[in-house]
Design a protein around this ligand. Structure first.
Ligand code: HEC
Ligand code: HEC
Length: 220
């Protein structure tokens, strides 16, 4: 009996541990959630520095769509946490980055900081707006799309192997960035090629816009 309990405990550990240790496969998606709750207030929905609180700030929140590009991950980490920020030069009016940008100290975990930075990189490099709510997109994607496109969007779904489908790698921004939002919506609603099904009738326009937003985040 003791042995059985021991085995069951071990199996449970094995079953649970990969979820705890595995790196977050959707950094920009998670980063967007954090950004909306903690940064959007000042930096605005699209990162341009025009959030609802911006007017009340003496020093304008940075336009992240232009400033982030030349900052390394290490510097961004320092800017966000405040640790070692004193030496970082700002952009205009004043030389050093001021404390008008809150120091978030230890509020975010390492993985959350990585996710935030991934989303900042998305904001500063994307040519396409997020047209729908990626949270709804994630749910729909799990329900209808991952069977072919894979959990992470790289095309590693169960069906892909079963019927030998060759398809687009949705995590590769070189492949998805050149397609406009309008074309992505159309190709999801009407289908494409032999194996990409048409979802019209099953998914609404709004559903598909949410999916497109989620797909945009997959590549960062
Ligand atoms: C209370 C308003 C406020 C909030 C909330 C806020 N920021 Fe800022 N942020 C600012 C201001 C103001 C600046 C510009 C500071 C300066 O120029 O001295 C700034 C600057 C920055 C910069 C530096 C841009 C550059 O390269 O010069 C980054 C990066 C940044 N913020 C990221 C974030 C992130 C990520 C969050 C959320 C975790 C966040 N901010 C939340 C006000 C805010
Ligand atoms: C039966 C497998 C299958 C399912 C299920 C599936 N796809 Fe696809 N998808 C494909 C294949 C195969 C392609 C490549 C089509 C081509 O380029 O010929 C593709 C291509 C795409 C593209 C690229 C379109 C373009 O413009 O090049 C997008 C975006 C996409 N799928 C999104 C989705 C979404 C969202 C869902 C869920 C609602 C979904 N797919 C479900 C197989 C699938």
């Amino acid at each position: 009996m003791k042995n059985i309990i021991h085995t069951v405990m071990l199996l449970t550990l094995f079953a649970v541990s990969p979820i705890i240790v595995s790196a977050n496969p959707l950094p920009a998606y998670e980063g967007r959630g954090l950004y909306v709750s903690y940064c959007q207030l000042c930096h605005g929905t699209s990162g341009k520095g025009d959030g609802p609180l911006a007017k009340a700030m003496k020093i304008s929140p940075a336009d992240l769509t232009t400033t982030v590009r030349s900052r390394s991950d290490t510097i961004l980490l320092r800017i966000i946490t405040g640790k070692g920020r004193q030496t970082i030069t700002g952009r205009d009016r004043h030389n050093l980055l001021s404390n008008a940008m809150p120091e978030w100290k230890d509020i975010f975990s390492k993985s959350q900081l990585k996710s935030l930075i991934a989303y900042l990189r998305f904001l500063s490099s994307t040519k396409h707006d997020l047209m729908g709510d990626p949270k709804i997109g994630l749910q729909l994607y799990h329900q209808y799309c991952q069977v072919c496109h894979g959990i992470e969007g790289d095309g590693d779904g169960i069906m892909t192997k079963l019927i030998g489908i060759i398809q687009i790698d949705l995590t590769n921004s070189n492949e998805t960035d050149r397609i406009s939002n309008v074309d992505l919506v159309k190709n999801i609603l009407d289908g494409k090629g032999k194996f990409m099904p048409a979802w019209r009738g099953i998914l609404s326009q709004g559903d598909v816009e949410a999916l497109v937003s989620f797909i945009r985040l997959l590549s960062h």
